[in-house]
Write a protein that binds this ligand. Structure first.
Ligand SMILES: [Zn+2]
Length: 128
């Protein structure tokens, strides 16, 4: 039982599924979308309508344990690096960096650097 593989440091991503973001770098620069899912281990996120790639699938090919009945070309959103996107503040609708704060209720929240409005959401993921 060798344990020589370094464990990836699990970092908390500020973004969660459902958050509005804008892409600030790369080929999809300027596109806005909604976070579909986050991959904290790889420091990547998937944004709706951004970084579309085409996956060519053969009929009958097995992918993820599921047999694909119909072959063809499927569009899918590829993960992009977390640092390539910025949160869009719903209060001032500008892409913003965020800082952290703790609300009076004790909940953690992000705060827009521009307008100072806290950005709240219902966290579906559990805190570590
Ligand atoms: Zn703002």
């Amino acid at each position: 039982m060798l344990k020589n593989k370094p464990q990836p440091t699990r970092r908390w991503l500020d973004l969660a599924p459902g958050d509005p973001v804008i892409v600030v770098t790369g080929k999809d620069k300027g596109k806005q979308g909604e976070v579909l899912r986050t991959i904290p281990d790889k420091h990547k996120i998937v944004v709706k309508g951004v970084n579309i790639l085409k996956r060519h699938t053969k009929a009958g090919a097995r992918r993820g344990g599921v047999s694909v009945a119909q072959g063809g070309v499927v569009d899918f959103e590829a993960p992009l690096d977390y640092s390539n996107v910025m949160l869009v503040c719903p209060s001032c609708s500008r892409p913003t960096r965020t800082k952290h704060t703790v609300l009076e209720s004790g909940a953690r929240a992000l705060v827009c650097r521009h307008c100072g409005e806290p950005y709240e959401r219902v966290r579906k993921t559990e805190a570590q």
